[in-house]
Design a protein around this ligand. Structure first.
Ligand SMILES: NC(=O)c1ccc[n+]([C@@H]2O[C@H](COP(=O)([O-])OP(=O)(O)OC[C@H]3O[C@@H](n4cnc5c(N)ncnc54)[C@H](O)[C@@H]3O)[C@@H](O)[C@H]2O)c1
Ligand SMILES: [Zn+2]
Length: 412
């Protein structure tokens, strides 16, 4: 399949079609209550799930909590970030999932689990009371990314928050309880009890940047003290800066047209910033970046906007022999015009693309967050707005309005 002609909607459709054929129903109820389960009465009989019942509208539905089988886990949800994919589904239902329980950037506390559940996907012991996250990456190879078309895993991923509705119903993190299925279902989940709630909500987007920086490192160009441009200071660019900063890279120049975001970029670890609104034309803008680096162009650049013009511009910031990581196009944003002679060939630029993450990056992200918090980066300030579950429609509208950074639904 030619990746140039594939867009995320087609891929997700393919994944979901495969899942509909392969996903078994919930594990059979345990014959006897699991010994590790919390005492009877502590868990309600029903859960509240935000179900997208039509475009731009969630209803909070009440469903019975299924019996927890020997391999299953019941999690009391604490919170869940709103992702661009959720907004996409909310607005247009491109994946044809309605009615669907959305929310995949969630976290919560184990309140019941079957007797066979001893460890998480990384082999770390789990017990009732532990805080967990799920991951949308298939579990049989830690190095492969989601929807890896070269491996035959399409159709095997279990994306809680994008599962077709079924008898279990408790399939998304925009809810007060989520049911993590065991057995052959292929769920991947991690014990992240040593992270605070905000950090846990940020794991998924941070994993995107841990992966991007790992991809950048494969060029051999990104090194300690490299001069780095991060273009675009939305959540993705800001987290990119934080990941670089925790790696000891300090010569970071942030580029954006939004001064508030550029100011935040400095608090995240950028040492310099350039507001493109203050410079007319790409030559002047490149000069401004060069000036920030004391007369040098960047060794490496990260493209963190969904703008084709930004992609075309970024080459002008990079020195001969430098590198570029393009990660701004999670979805098809259209074509960009570059001059292959001037921009790539004669400059000998090394380019890597980056999309989503591997299971290994997901685990590395837990350490990244601890380090970022330890050195005082204002990670939790990335979550600008928190809504209770019953205001989920407002949360999605806020995300679509793009007036905050990370929007989250947090249960009381
Ligand atoms: N690679 C992946 O797996 C992956 C995962 C998630 C998101 N993304 C992509 O990352 C991109 C950024 O995500 P976000 O949530 O931060 O988006 P965002 O829209 O919040 O931020 C983009 C920022 O880029 C700035 N910008 C726009 N044009 C610019 C230009 N010419 N020069 C400099 N800055 C410019 C905007 O002012 C804005 O601050 C999105 O396009 C998204 O598709 C990729
Ligand atoms: Zn997401």
């Amino acid at each position: 399949m030619d990746m140039n002609n594939v867009n995320i909607e087609e891929i997700v459709k393919q994944v979901l079609a495969g899942m509909a054929g392969t996903a078994p129903a919930a594990s059979a109820p345990a014959a006897a209550p699991a010994p590790a389960a919390t005492p009877a009465g502590a868990i309600p009989k029903t859960a509240h799930v935000a179900v997208l019942t039509e475009k731009e509208h969630f209803d909070i539905k009440e469903y019975p909590i299924p019996p927890v089988g020997d391999d299953d886990i019941l999690v009391k949800v604490e919170g869940c970030g709103v992702c661009g994919t959720d907004a996409h589904e909310f607005k247009r239902d491109p994946f044809n999932l309605i009615p669907v329980a959305l929310g995949h950037e969630g976290t919560g506390e184990i309140v019941a689990m079957g007797k066979n559940v001893k460890t998480d996907t990384a082999g770390k012991p789990v017990k009732i009371g532990d805080k967990v996250v799920t991951c949308m990456i298939f579990k049989d190879d830690p190095e492969i990314t989601m929807f890896d078309l070269n491996k035959k895993n399409v159709g095997g991923a279990d994306v809680y928050g994008l599962l077709p509705d079924d008898d279990v119903h408790l399939n998304g993190w925009f809810s007060d309880y989520i049911f993590i299925r065991g057995g052959n279902f292929g769920s991947t989940f991690f014990n992240v009890s040593d992270l605070d709630l905000d950090s846990r909500i940020l794991i998924e987007p941070c994993a995107v940047l841990v992966h991007a920086v790992e991809r950048a490192k494969t060029t051999g160009i990104l090194r300690f003290n490299s001069r780095v441009v991060v273009q675009g200071c939305g959540p993705i660019g800001l987290i990119c800066i934080a990941v670089l900063r925790t790696m000891g890279i300090e010569n970071i120049c942030a580029v954006d047209g939004n001064q508030q975001r550029l100011d935040f970029a400095k608090r995240m670890g950028a040492t310099m910033s350039v507001n493109f609104m203050e410079h007319k034309g790409i030559e002047a803008l490149a000069e401004a970046v060069k000036e920030q680096f004391g007369g040098h162009l960047a060794d490496f650049a990260f493209q963190c906007t969904g703008s084709p013009v930004a992609h075309a511009n970024i080459y002008k910031f990079i020195r001969n022999g430098g590198g570029l990581c393009e990660l701004g196009f999670f979805i098809n944003g259209g074509d960009a015009t570059i001059n292959p002679h001037f921009d790539i060939c004669s400059k000998e630029i090394t380019i890597v693309g980056s999309w989503v993450y591997t299971l290994r990056d997901y685990v590395t992200t837990f350490d990244f967050l601890k380090r970022a918090n330890a050195i005082g980066l204002p990670m939790s300030e990335l979550i600008t707005d928190k809504y209770p579950l019953e205001e989920i429609n407002e949360a999605l509208k806020k995300n679509l309005a793009m007036t905050g950074l990370k929007i989250a639904v947090v249960n009381k």
